[in-house]
Design a protein around this ligand. Structure first.
Ligand code: AOF
Ligand code: ZN
Length: 373
């Protein structure tokens, strides 16, 4: 069958839906962040919506509620296939049918096995014209977290690194605050807001006692889950992350053998203790990510020291690197931003594709995505 032909209007309205969908990133896990625009036959937007915080209501439901009767005869632009399953509310596909929508333009088939094509089929069985595939690459990118959890069983992992020009992240004695400037640190907060969780190692908690919240003027107080990897139970109940666990969710991942001990240690707090397998003297990072995916996380931002960064790179678990580079030099005695990887041959290096370079205040921010082929 020939691929559907999309008009300039189709492209325009799908772009609006895509930009709406970005608003929910970090806020809608375990669900994908979807955007929906309803356009009347006269070309007027009569409803729009994106998946609401916590993942419900779905985008289509929000847009349909806004449009009311005006949805009749409209075209719906959706960044993901409308769902076909009964969750806490009836399927979005049924909602679109009932509202009398005439055509649905959808960017992507939903890989969730409760949907996977059935939403599109429900719509076309009801006589609605369904055109799939407009801006699918863009839609995939926005929902890379959700897709990773469904397709690989683990969240999309972004590693944030901040260093001098010679890739040092601290002095020999461990002084690291602050290598990058205030603009880069502010960007760091923005980055946190678009992730479901921030992951750190116990060593970072012991050294810096961070809060890892999102402090962004005018952007409310959405703070992602804080995840601490603490294989042996080093983190103290008086760490700021633990003390603030009532306000911002804090999860601690430990070795299977420590589950009971640490559950008791944090019994009186709101900390959620999760057990993962060990591989030698460290946590099996594949199992850690699998457990975080099982718990619903789709986008994890790692802000940690060189050892965990190296572990994740060696395990091929880094999907993206965001590297802030300061205009300074620390020399070989400084701490490397990535610890030893044990690489002997260039052909064994993990390789990335650069996707953006920007100047941020005095620093530069370079983003790289993992090279898959
Ligand atoms: C949509 N529109 O805005 C989103 C969808 O647990 P439930 O019932 O909320 O369903 C979650 C699933 O619904 C999720 O895994 C994905 O397949 C789909 N998400 N679907 O029609 C939306 N967020
Ligand atoms: Zn839905």
């Amino acid at each position: 069958m020939a691929p559907p032909a999309f008009s300039e209007d189709d492209r325009h309205f799908m772009r609006v839906a895509l930009s709406l969908s970005k608003r929910g990133l970090g806020n809608v896990w375990p669900n994908p962040s979807v955007g929906c625009v309803l356009v009347s036959p006269e070309g007027v937007i009569v409803g729009r919506g994106n998946t609401r915080p916590g993942g419900r209501p779905h985008a289509e439901r929000v847009a349909l509620d806004m449009a009311g009767e005006q949805a009749r005869g409209a075209t719906a632009y959706v960044t993901l296939e409308p769902c076909s399953h009964f969750g806490k509310s009836p399927p979005c596909a049924a909602g679109l049918i009932e509202a009398g929508v005439a055509r649905v333009v959808s960017a992507l088939t939903d890989p969730d096995n409760r949907v996977s094509g059935r939403g599109h089929k429900m719509l076309s069985d009801a006589g609605i014209k369904v055109d799939v595939g407009l801006f699918s690459d863009e839609a995939r990118k926005i929902n890379e977290g959700f897709l990773s959890r469904i397709e690989k069983g683990r969240p999309f992992v972004a590693l944030k690194l901040a260093s001098t020009m010679d890739a040092r992240s601290a002095t020999k004695s461990g002084e690291s605050q602050w290598i990058t400037g205030s603009a880069a640190r502010e960007e760091g907060h923005l980055l946190r807001a678009s992730h479901d969780a921030i992951l750190v190692g116990a060593k970072t908690v012991l050294a810096d006692d961070p809060t890892l919240t999102c402090r962004l003027p005018g952007r409310g107080h959405h703070s992602p889950v804080r995840v601490i990897l603490d294989r042996i139970g080093d983190v103290s109940p008086s760490a700021k992350l633990i003390l603030s666990a009532d306000d911002v969710p804090t999860w601690l991942v430990t070795a299977d053998s420590k589950l009971i001990e640490l559950s008791e240690k944090f019994e009186k707090t709101s900390v959620k203790v999760i057990a993962a397998r060990c591989a030698g003297d460290h946590l099996d990072l594949h199992d850690v990510m699998q457990k975080l995916g099982d718990a619903g996380l789709t986008r994890v931002l790692v802000e940690t020291g060189g050892n965990l960064a190296a572990g994740l790179l060696n395990a091929q678990l880094v999907d993206r690197i965001i590297h802030f580079v300061a205009p300074s030099v620390l020399g070989a005695e400084g701490k490397a931003m990535v610890a030893e990887l044990g690489i002997e041959k260039l052909s064994d290096m993990p390789r990335f594709t650069r996707t953006s370079v920007r100047s941020v205040g005095e620093d530069i921010a370079v983003t790289y995505d993992f090279k898959t082929e």
